[in-house]
Design a protein. Structure first.
Lengths: 219, 122
């Protein structure tokens, strides 16, 4: 995408506004880190349930990497201070953030105290969690939907098919165990893929300027 | 409405230049931005961005602040109140120009249609 502005160029105000207003949202490597942490946390669950110190070597490096990511984004893309949002829009955003939380709580409540788990019931509660998380991701930044739909829609469709797999027919216990593992990894994996794709979008919207001899800012 | 009845408004030359317009558009979408972000999003060279920012500061449309963080200079730019109103005014003017041009395009069509309409019998 060649978006250079010189004296004869045409300014694309919509692109400039889109990048500026969604700059923080497009810093996808944070989602990748969150997804990796989530995945490692899931994998370590059998050990960490008994020995909680197991979580320390997981959380500590992630904190260091998060700090490094902040520095990376600041050096590569710069920094902005966002304009304060209207009170109403902040309230709507807070309510939308509650949607995945409510979905996870309701889903977990539906599957709690099940001695003999019914795959279809678990599939329904998982679907509730999956859809509520995706509704939040889809609607949190509507301006970005035109750019994100290329990867969000396929991920949503594939994820929904995986979640609904037990509804398609009866599954044996081995397949059910495999399906549960897939479900556990679905959200972290989606975070990683969406994060990487968001990062690629940001790189394409803000390509690195041609290198110049001096590294100091002029003026 | 004829071509002569409504003059086409002219935009502010200080804002209309593409590089300065890009900078002002970015700054109007945030509270402040640093030099690196402005360069990345506008794809201007350091020299050009620097010159345009100085021009905008001289015109009183932006405020530039410099601070040294980790032994490196950080230049932060924000829009002044005047800068904010100038960019808003610029887009209003451009909308008016667009509307005016569309009106001028439609005028001959309207005239042609009027001439083709048969006069009512008396």
């Amino acid at each position: 995408m060649n978006s250079a502005v010189d004296s004869d160029a045409v300014v694309a105000p919509d692109r400039l506004r889109l990048v500026t207003q969604n700059f923080r949202e497009l810093q996808g490597l944070r989602w990748v880190l969150f997804g990796v942490t989530f995945a490692i946390f899931n994998l370590s669950l059998p050990w960490s349930a008994q020995r909680s110190w197991v979580l320390i070597p997981i959380i500590l490096p992630m904190g260091i990497i998060a700090k490094y990511l902040d520095r990376y984004y600041e050096r590569r893309f710069g920094r902005i201070e966002t304009s304060p949002e209207p009170e109403m829009w902040r309230l709507v955003r807070a309510l939308m953030a509650g949607l995945p939380v409510a979905g996870v709580i309701v889903g977990a409540t539906l599957t709690r105290h099940i001695v003999h788990p019914d795959p279809k019931r678990i599939a329904l509660s998982s679907l509730l969690m999956w859809v509520s998380i995706f509704c939040y991701v889809f609607s949190s930044r509507l301006q970005l939907l035109s750019l994100r739909k290329r990867y969000l829609v396929p991920i949503f469709v594939v994820g929904t098919i995986v979640v609904l797999y037990p509804m398609l027919g009866s599954i044996d216990s081995a397949m059910f165990s495999l399906w549960k593992e897939l479900i556990a990894g679905l959200i972290p994996l989606s975070m990683i893929i969406v994060g990487l794709c968001d990062h690629v979008v940001l790189l394409r919207l803000m390509p690195k300027p041609a290198s110049e001899d001096d590294n100091d800012e002029q003026i | 409405m004829t071509n002569k009845s409504k003059p086409i408004p002219s935009p502010n030359r200080m804002v209309h230049e593409p590089a300065r317009l890009a900078i002002l558009t970015v700054l109007s979408s945030c509270a402040s931005a640093d030099f690196v972000f402005l360069q990345g999003v506008t794809q201007l060279s350091k020299g050009n961005l620097s010159v345009q920012l100085t021009n905008l500061e001289t015109a009183g449309l932006v405020v530039i602040t410099k601070e040294i963080i980790d032994k490196k200079m950080r230049t932060t730019v924000r829009l002044t109140d005047r800068g904010g109103s100038e960019i808003e005014e610029y887009w209003r003017t451009m909308d008016a120009i667009r509307a005016s041009m569309a009106d001028r395009k439609r005028a001959p069509e309207r005239r042609r249609r009027t001439s083709l309409t048969p006069e009512p019998a008396v």
